[in-house]
Every structure is written in structure tokens, then in C-alpha cells.
Write a protein that binds this ligand. Structure first.
Ligand code: TXA
Ligand code: MG
Length: 333
């Protein structure tokens, strides 16, 4: 008898969310939408459940997970008492795309934090993520639902295409609104440090708690955002310094354009993906990973990417493009 695999993608109805919560409660994995990217979730307090995340993503165990919660109240169990900076940032940006790295309690398994004394926590704003947290009644550890090192998923189909055989259920909540991962701020030391630029602009964080430091050179990578090669398509990608010129003849080259390119220049490329017809960085962030995936599926010799303005979400986009353009090294598979 031929067994037909059921497609694990289901619209995120109340019933599907209850089913997802049941899977989480019995130690399974569920992919779910957040406002940033789709996450691959497991019970954050179960080392066994979280071990499956590392296996499915082929993620090295030195790379800790973000724990998702409904709000500040959940931190009482997971973290040491929080300080005024954390309180102000939570009041300003939660629920939303800001992850805080805080001193952890012993409740959080070492696997989740890669043995660090800190835990990364965020309260997502996506209604499906929140309904799932509520229904499951547990903190949910969730990295982006992609194989380690690859481009993050911003719709359910991206998750199915790569991890569909390994997860029981993918809740489909439509395309993600922000499109780049959360901003990560480390508050475990005296000086707040920006570990990853993301959905909340670093300047917005600074307007609440003052200047952010950057990680000291030589520190162990505290976030894969800091690994040189990450968020990378398989096709070699070059980040240009300015607007694209004509493509090199004789090669199959794809262009990732910020605003609408000159038609003659566009015609010289095998394919063009436009991040934002109105040249808006928010819209560009929303489209970034889907555009990169489409380019990666075209069997191109190369991708060239135009830079975006270094303002607002443009900072996070440029960070992802720089890392995608780095030669794929041993630090990300
Ligand atoms: O927007 C997001 O943050 C998405 C959605 C699903 O919430 N999640 C996400 O997870 O981007 P992931 O695994 O792709 O990135 C998690 C980041 C990693 O860079 C990891 O190193 C960092 O969080 N991180 C986690 N725990 C940490 C800790 N204790 N100290 C420093 N960095 C930490
Ligand atoms: Mg990721």
C-alpha cells in the first residue's frame, strides 16, 4: 500500500492551535508564525523537546534558543529579578520584535541557553503566536524554522519546503509582517549590548535606555547573527556598494533591487527581485527573505544585491545581506 504523507500545513484556526498546543505539551515540535519570521517551537522547559529542535535544524548546540512568553509576568520564573532598563524596554516594545538577554534561573535547561548563565526572551505580538502560548500554557523555545545557516522563513510554505518532513504541524498564519528577526539586546551586564539588529530599530531602543554597546571583538559568538556567514542562500551573493549596473554577459545573474531599477539595466539580468516598489525599508524587510529564496531557486551563477538605506529596518536588512554575502565558512552549515 502506498502511504500518502499528509501535508502538515494547516490554517491557524482555534482548533489547529489547540492541536499544536497538545503536540507541544507532549514534547513535540510545531512551526508557528510570529510577526518577524516563522519559529520552530518546543516546550522551553523540556530539554528533550528542545533537543529535537537542534536535530531538525542541524543546529550546533553552542547556539542558544530564544524563549517566547506572553509577557513580563512569565519572566518571574525564568529570570532573576529584572532591572529598570528591562522594565522600560518591555513597557516600550513588548509584545513585539525585541529579545532581551537576561540572567536565567535554574528552571531553564542548559541546552536552551547553550550553557550560558543568561536566557534570551521575547513576547511576540503575532496573534497566532500569542494564542499558542496561551493554549500551551508554557514558555516556547523557538529559533527561526529553517535549516541552520539558511534564510529564515516568512511564510508557512517556506517552512514546509525545507522542514515539512520533520515537523508534525505547521500553523499557517500568512506572511510575516516584519520579515526580519527580532532585535536582540543583552542586558546581563552593566552596559546594554546590541547583539543583533532586527525588527525594532536600534535607535528606538537607545531612545529608551541610552547608548547601546556592540559586542567586544574576540568574544565568543553570542548570536548566529554574529557568525560571519549566516542567513545565506546557496547561490553566491555579492552586496553592491551602490545601484546595480548591467549584468556581466554570459552568466546567469539575478538582481536583488531595492527600488525599481532602470529597465535597460534590469533587462541585462536573468531575473530581478524587487524589495520595495516604493523604496521603503519596512516593505523591503517584509519581502527580503522571500525574494532571496526565489532567487536561490532559479539556478543562477550569482546574485547581486543593491544596498538599502542604512536607516530604520534598513540596518537589519544590510546586516543580513552582509552576512549572506560572506563566503560560506565553517561557522554555518
Ligand atoms: O524574531 C526572532 O527572534 C525569531 C522568532 C521565531 O522569534 N527567532 C529567531 O531565533 O530568530 P534564532 O534561533 O534564529 O536566533 C536566536 C538568537 C541567536 O542569535 C542566539 O544566539 C541568540 O538568539 N541567543 C539566544 N540565547 C542567547 C543568550 N543567552 N545569549 C546571547 N544570545 C542568545
Ligand atoms: Mg535563525
Amino acid at each position: 500500500m502506498v502511504s500518502v504523507r499528509t501535508v502538515p500545513v494547516v490554517p491557524a484556526s482555534d482548533r489547529a492551535i489547540r492541536r499544536a498546543a497538545d503536540i507541544l505539551r507532549r514534547g513535540g515540535l510545531v512551526a508557528f508564525p510570529t510577526e518577524t519570521v516563522y519559529g520552530l517551537g518546543a516546550d522551553a522547559l523540556s530539554e528533550e523537546a528542545c533537543a529535537q529542535i537542534f536535530a531538525v535544524k542541524r543546529r550546533p548546540r553552542f547556539d542558544p534558543l530564544i524563549v517566547h512568553v506572553l509577557g513580563a509576568q512569565a519572566l518571574e520564573a525564568l529570570c532573576a529579578p529584572i532591572d529598570d532598563r528591562a522594565r522600560r524596554l518591555i513597557a516600550a516594545f513588548w509584545p513585539g520584535p525585541l529579545t532581551l538577554v537576561l540572567e536565567k534561573t535554574s528552571v531553564v535547561p542548559d541546552l536552551v541557553t547553550a550553557g550560558e548563565a543568561t536566557v534570551a526572551v521575547r513576547a511576540p505580538s503575532h496573534p497566532v503566536a500569542r494564542a499558542l502560548l496561551e493554549a500551551a500554557g508554557m514558555p516556547i523555545a523557538a529559533p527561526s524554522a529553517n535549516p541552520f545557516g539558511y534564510v529564515s522563513p516568512t511564510c508557512a510554505e517556506h517552512v514546509r519546503a525545507q522542514l515539512g518532513n520533520d515537523i508534525e504541524l505547521i500553523l499557517d498564519g500568512g506572511p510575516c509582517d516584519v520579515g526580519v528577526e527580532s532585535t536582540i539586546v543583552d542586558l546581563s551586564g552593566e552596559n546594554a549590548v546590541l547583539l543583533r539588529a532586527g525588527g525594532v530599530e536600534p535607535s528606538q531602543v537607545e531612545s529608551v535606555i541610552g547608548p547601546l554597546g556592540t559586542p567586544r571583538a574576540g568574544d565568543a559568538p553570542r548570536a548566529p547573527g554574529q557568525l560571519v556567514s549566516h542567513y545565506a542562500p546557496r547561490t553566491p551573493l555579492t552586496l553592491l556598494e551602490g545601484c546595480a549596473g548591467r549584468a556581466e554577459p554570459g552568466r546567469r545573474v539575478g538582481l536583488l533591487a531595492f527600488g525599481a531599477p532602470d529597465p535597460a539595466i534590469a533587462a541585462s539580468y536573468t531575473t530581478v527581485e524587487l524589495l520595495s516598489p516604493s523604496a521603503d525599508v519596512r516593505e523591503a524587510a517584509r519581502h527580503l527573505f522571500a525574494c532571496l529564496r526565489r532567487l536561490d531557486e532559479r539556478g543562477l551563477d550569482a546574485i547581486v544585491a543593491e544596498p538599502v538605506p542604512h536607516t530604520g529596518l534598513g540596518i537589519a536588512i544590510l546586516d543580513r545581506l552582509r552576512r549572506a554575502s560572506a563566503a560560506r565558512g565553517a561557522d554555518a552549515s
